[in-house]
Design a protein around this ligand. Structure first.
Ligand SMILES: [Ca+2]
Length: 371
């Protein structure tokens, strides 16, 4: 996970590629806090102590983001969970906390703890189907845990690349010895899961902080959810429920260019929560068949499960949906008016990008460089 976040080693040697990959944020400083044993287990209270150590040492090491690439079945309401309480203290102290959704899908209500904590950034996985050059076959694999949480909150918040991620591993570690087939000739290890997706997003947060150091944890969450790209079918309906994709697929470039501030955790009150004065229930309700849904979801969600791998109807993002070839809504079965006004969102995004790429106006001062 650390190498997905921050691997800074060389990727070329003698002018040729070495087959290795850099991490998302190779300039970041890492503070590794070891909690899990060789088999990947830890007592709840050890995790709590570790998170508290991070909070206590936040200023000493300038810790801004905490990656929690683990998930356990929630045993308490989110506000009574000791790990969640520690994670809330971290968030309140100015540390953005990222958690894995879990690998217990595709059933609903499989989000683990601490990913069930509403305040955190909870990340599910997308796989690129081994084709990095097209997203038309990128899909949410079955293993990625689905919401809602027991308290009815929509999770994951976002999905990110988590399929066959390449990273460094200690050759004598338990997992390397158990799975030698996943070690490449370069000595790197290939692994898959929402933990890897969580690490990927943690790297994106480090990049955002590098550019804008004053971002708060709530702002960082806002940057991600406001720039994520939902999967949209040709008929304008969502290809995945928000319980599967959250706000959608996150990428660093969009978080940097289109991400906004001010929209993170506006429905909650962390200080009231920490004083046990208030807790919050999410918007999920029960449908006619006893499954979880959201008010109005049926009219905006495709009734057919999205394909694994290549899909002729699914596109990731408003831009790809609106600009898709062969017409926008050419299906005979498609409604003439899409259930969500994607065109308005598309025009908003286009305006932002055009403003970013517009050259700075020339200055009239004589010392200015010529335009
Ligand atoms: Ca792909």
């Amino acid at each position: 996970m650390a190498s997905i976040i921050a691997h800074s080693g060389e990727t070329t040697r003698d002018g040729g590629p070495t087959g290795t990959y850099k991490g998302v944020a190779p300039d970041v400083g890492l503070v590794a806090v070891k909690v899990l044993d060789r088999e990947g287990f830890a007592h709840v209270l050890e995790i709590v102590r570790a998170i508290q150590w991070v909070v206590d040492n936040r200023e000493k090491y300038n810790i801004r983001v905490l990656n929690l690439s683990f998930a356990q079945k929630p045993r308490w309401p989110y506000w009574e969970d000791p790990v969640n309480q520690a994670a809330m203290r971290a968030w309140a102290a100015g540390i953005a906390v990222v958690a894995a959704a879990g690998n217990d899908g595709p059933d609903p209500e499989t989000i683990g703890s601490p990913g069930n904590l509403p305040y955190l950034i909870t990340v599910g996985a997308v796989t690129d189907s081994w084709t990095p050059d097209t997203r038309d076959d990128d899909y949410i694999p079955d293993f990625s845990s689905r919401g809602p949480t027991p308290s009815g909150h929509v999770k994951p918040d976002v999905v990110a690349l988590g399929g066959h991620m390449t990273g460094l591993i200690h050759p004598e570690s338990a997992i390397a010895l158990e799975q030698p087939e996943d070690i490449l000739r370069t000595g790197e290890f290939v692994s898959t899961g929402s933990s890897q997706a969580s690490a990927f997003v943690t790297g994106i947060l480090a990049l955002l902080i590098q550019l804008e150091p004053d971002l708060t944890p709530d702002d960082l969450k806002c940057k991600l959810i406001s720039s994520a790209e939902p999967a949209i079918n040709r008929n304008g309906k969502l290809a995945y429920s928000p319980f599967q994709q959250g706000y959608g697929y996150v990428t660093a470039t969009r978080a940097v260019t289109l991400g906004q501030r001010g929209c993170g955790n506006t429905d909650f009150d962390l200080h009231a929560e920490l004083e046990s004065a208030q807790h919050f229930l999410g918007p999920a309700i029960v449908d006619d068949e006893g499954g979880p849904t959201l008010p109005g979801l049926q009219s905006i969600l495709s009734s057919v499960p999205s394909n694994k791998g290549m899909s002729k109807t699914r596109k990731w993002g408003v831009k790809d949906h609106i600009e898709r070839p062969n017409g926008k809504f050419s299906d005979k079965s498609s409604p003439s008016t899409p259930p969500i006004d994607w065109m308005a969102l598309y025009l908003q995004e286009r305006d932002v990008i055009e403003n970013l790429s517009r050259p700075t106006p020339c200055q009239s001062a004589p010392s200015s460089p010529p335009c």
